[in-house]
Design a binder for this molecule. Structure first.
Ligand SMILES: Cc1cc2nc3c(=O)[nH]c(=O)nc-3n(C[C@H](O)[C@H](O)[C@H](O)COP(=O)(O)OP(=O)(O)OC[C@H]3O[C@@H](n4cnc5c(N)ncnc54)[C@H](O)[C@@H]3O)c2cc1C
Length: 408
């Protein structure tokens, strides 16, 4: 009989286990993978952007449609407390652009090690390679869990911290959502988010993985109504786009895209100047370099490795002498630079998604305690709930804060 059983040794489960152990509780942490914290260790491209210094009011704006749900968790344990927590474990932190907090070492591994070392030095029992397959419930009260081998572990408090469905290779394959559903919880349908988008175009090898720094990406619907737009960096893939602004957009359009609505992606490679000004610049360059061919004139507007893509997409002959470029061809070039349009045909899927949208319905969870309103003693932490946020350290803070609250 344990005081608390925690399912999943990810960011939220590790935090819940540490907080429970610090209260002197008899804790069992069950992890299905051979190693704990797999996702945490690869987070932030291996650097772990663990939180953000934005004030609570602004922070909540990045946290999806139910920011009020997170208010009690953040009030108890927010970015300041999280930073003190890691500094207390000997991890030096550093603030970077946009208030993003990282370990000074630049290693996500150090965040993970700080947590696991504390747990290994505590009385918390950790069992790995063990998958929980059932929540044991009697008369709407939790009594324990059953694992794949049929073994049962008993407790009157279970924290379900098994993550969502994104990056299944890290162990988050949606088990937690199924466990909650089988126990009677309503599930908001899950979708990959913070993920690359597939478009109706094959990009040439020269620009696959290439990044454009100052672009504007606009999403429109079939009636050309603007849905959202973002400025910043994006990258090309063979059949789509990814990178910071695309990830942000993917989270905004995830449900619209899943509903089957056709959406367009319009890229503006010269967002700092309007079409009229850009057209004048193009005319000037064509005149100045009248004897050169069009592809060399293009170098004044885009990086070398984007030229083949530009010529193909704009249907232009790169060998044409600049002085012979017609007004119509100039318009095609202008259109490529300012209104490069694609249809979005999908996303890169859960395999590559940073987060899962959807999960256990928040209406059935008490935000003040994170206890289930249906099953006494069952608590939730992290991405298994219908919670998701922008990139910038917001998702890990949600995991850590909910892990903290569920343990108290
Ligand atoms: C590549 C990548 C980079 C990211 N970078 C950042 C970042 O820099 N900053 C940020 O804020 N967010 C980042 N995120 C998002 C963030 O990592 C997650 O939101 C966060 O890890 C969720 O924590 P969690 O504890 O809910 O779930 P997870 O960390 O997914 O942990 C769930 C754990 O439960 C275990 N488990 C699942 N099912 C069972 C079962 N049946 N029995 C036992 N154990 C089970 C899993 O193996 C896993 O260890 C990133 C995500 C990815 C994929």
């Amino acid at each position: 009989m344990y005081d608390i059983i925690i399912i999943g040794a990810g960011a939220s489960g590790l935090m819940a286990a540490i907080q429970s152990s610090r209260q002197g509780k008899k804790v069992l942490l069950i992890e299905k993978m051979s190693q704990a914290g797999r996702k945490l260790r690869i987070s932030g491209k291996g650097r772990c952007n663990l939180t953000n210094t934005l004030p609570l009011k602004d922070f909540l704006k990045h946290c999806g449609s139910e920011p009020r749900f997170l208010y009690p968790a953040f009030t108890k344990f927010f970015s300041k407390e999280l930073m003190s927590f890691f500094e207390g474990l000997g991890v030096e932190l550093v603030e970077e652009r946009g208030g993003r907090i990282y370990p000074r070492s630049g290693k996500a591994q150090d965040i993970f090690l700080a947590m696991i070392n504390e747990l290994e030095d505590s009385d918390c029992q950790i069992i790995k390679n063990t998958r929980v397959t059932k929540l044991l419930v009697k008369n709407q009260e939790i009594v324990g869990v059953r694992t794949e081998s049929g073994k049962e572990y008993l407790s009157n408090k279970v924290i379900l911290a098994a993550g969502g469905e994104s990056y299944p290779a890290t162990g988050s394959e949606g088990d937690g959502i199924i466990l909650a559903q089988e126990a009677g919880h309503n599930i908001i349908p899950t979708l990959p988010a913070l993920v690359g988008l597939v478009v109706d175009y094959s990009f040439p090898n020269a620009i696959v993985d290439f990044g454009v720094k100052n672009a504007k990406a606009t999403i429109t619907n079939q009636n050309d109504k603007k849905i959202c737009e973002e400025f910043g960096e994006l990258n090309f893939a063979e059949d789509g786009v990814y990178g910071p602004i695309i990830l942000t957009i993917s989270r905004i359009i995830a449900s619209t895209l899943a509903s089957g609505e056709k959406l367009n992606l319009i890229l503006d490679f010269k967002p700092a100047i309007d079409e009229k000004q850009l057209d004048e610049n193009i005319i000037r360059e064509l005149n100045l370099r009248g004897k050169e061919d069009l592809k060399s004139v293009l170098r004044a507007f885009i990086p070398q490795n984007m030229i083949t893509f530009a010529l193909t997409k704009a249907n232009l002959n790169g060998f044409k002498q600049a002085s012979l470029v017609s007004a119509q061809e100039r318009k095609q070039l202008l259109n490529f630079l300012k209104n490069c349009k694609f249809q979005i045909v999908g996303d890169f899927g859960f395999e590559e998604a940073i987060i899962t949208q959807g999960g256990v319905d928040l209406k059935e969870i008490n935000p003040k305690t994170l206890e289930s309103k249906l099953i006494k003693g069952l608590f939730f932490a992290g991405e298994v709930m219908d919670l998701d946020a922008d990139t910038g350290g917001f998702n890990l803070q949600i995991a850590f804060s909910t892990g903290y609250l569920a343990a108290h």
